[in-house]
Design a binder for this molecule. Structure first.
Ligand SMILES: NC(=O)c1ccc[n+]([C@@H]2O[C@H](COP(=O)([O-])OP(=O)(O)OC[C@H]3O[C@@H](n4cnc5c(N)ncnc54)[C@H](O)[C@@H]3O)[C@@H](O)[C@H]2O)c1
Length: 240
């Protein structure tokens, strides 16, 4: 039988309580992986898998969560650094508080997510890390200097770490979604949404499941075994 080879693999998804993270948890669960996920509050919790309430911007708490996951489920094979926030504003009006909040979750949080697992992955000589970047870090977007800066930085982290980790057979990739229909884009005024959709050649926003499948592909030791240091753009042809 053809399979992505994720059966019984322990995989952590941060921000798994809703949106892209929740769709990813559900897909990995149906592919028979052993899934752990983190969330920042209890809203929209999935009932399956191991859920841990932890703030990705807290390095000590993330280390403790990592231990808890490995004690309960076993050594982690896959990490999906998905948790992210926006604090959008025009750059001239952007506060230092909103700048720092986004850096703390979207950039430092990715580091705190990956770091506790990397040595174990190197020792076992297997692992796949997927980081959620964004079209905003790739081609830019009005009102998202703080967010875009973190998403571009994540691409740099992925490309550098992929080169370091390759000798241990650990792969590191990024996904840069376009506009995906989750609570993250709810705040966009409907007139702006209509304009955005008109620019997307596929004529619609993406669905969280469409990013989840791209993530499963990059996690797969079967489907993407020769891919590392790559940025997979999933955006309905809304390129540059
Ligand atoms: N929706 C889009 O259009 C879009 C586009 C490109 C990239 N992305 C990226 O995809 C990822 C998921 O986005 P989404 O649209 O599903 O967002 P969402 O707001 O629906 O979900 C975000 C998740 O992150 C978690 N989270 C937020 N702050 C956290 C913290 N400090 N600690 C732990 N968890 C925290 C939330 O609990 C939630 O589960 C993000 O990194 C986002 O930047 C989204």
């Amino acid at each position: 039988m053809v399979s992505l080879g994720l059966e019984n693999k322990v995989i952590l998804v941060t921000g798994g309580s809703r949106g892209i993270g929740k769709a990813t948890v559900e897909l990995l669960d149906s592919l028979k992986a052993k899934v752990a996920y983190t969330y920042s509050n209890s809203a929209d919790l999935t009932s399956k898998s191991l859920g841990i309430q932890v703030d990705v911007s807290d390095p000590k708490a993330m280390e403790q969560a990592a231990q808890q996951i490995e004690n309960k489920l076993g050594p982690v094979y896959g990490v999906v650094a998905n948790a992210g926030i926006t604090r959008d504003n025009f750059y001239a009006k952007l506060t230092l508080e909103d700048w720092d909040a986004v850096i703390n979750v979207n950039l430092k949080g990715v580091n705190h997510t990956i770091k506790p697992f990397i040595s174990g992955m190197y020792e076992r000589k297997e692992g796949s890390i997927v980081c959620l970047s964004s079209i905003s870090g790739d081609r830019g977007n009005i009102g998202q200097t703080n967010y875009g800066a973190t998403k571009a930085a994540v691409i740099g982290l992925v490309k550098c770490l992929a080169k370091e980790a390759a000798r241990y057979s650990v792969r590191v990739n990024a996904i840069a979604p376009g506009f995906i229909d989750t609570s993250m884009i709810e705040a966009i005024p409907s007139k702006v949404k209509e304009k955005l959709i008109a620019e997307i050649p596929l004529g619609r926003f993406g669905k969280p499941e469409e990013i989840a499948w791209a993530t499963a592909f990059l996690l797969s030791p079967v489907a993407s075994s020769y891919m590392t240091g790559e940025v997979l753009r999933v955006n309905g042809a809304l390129h540059t």
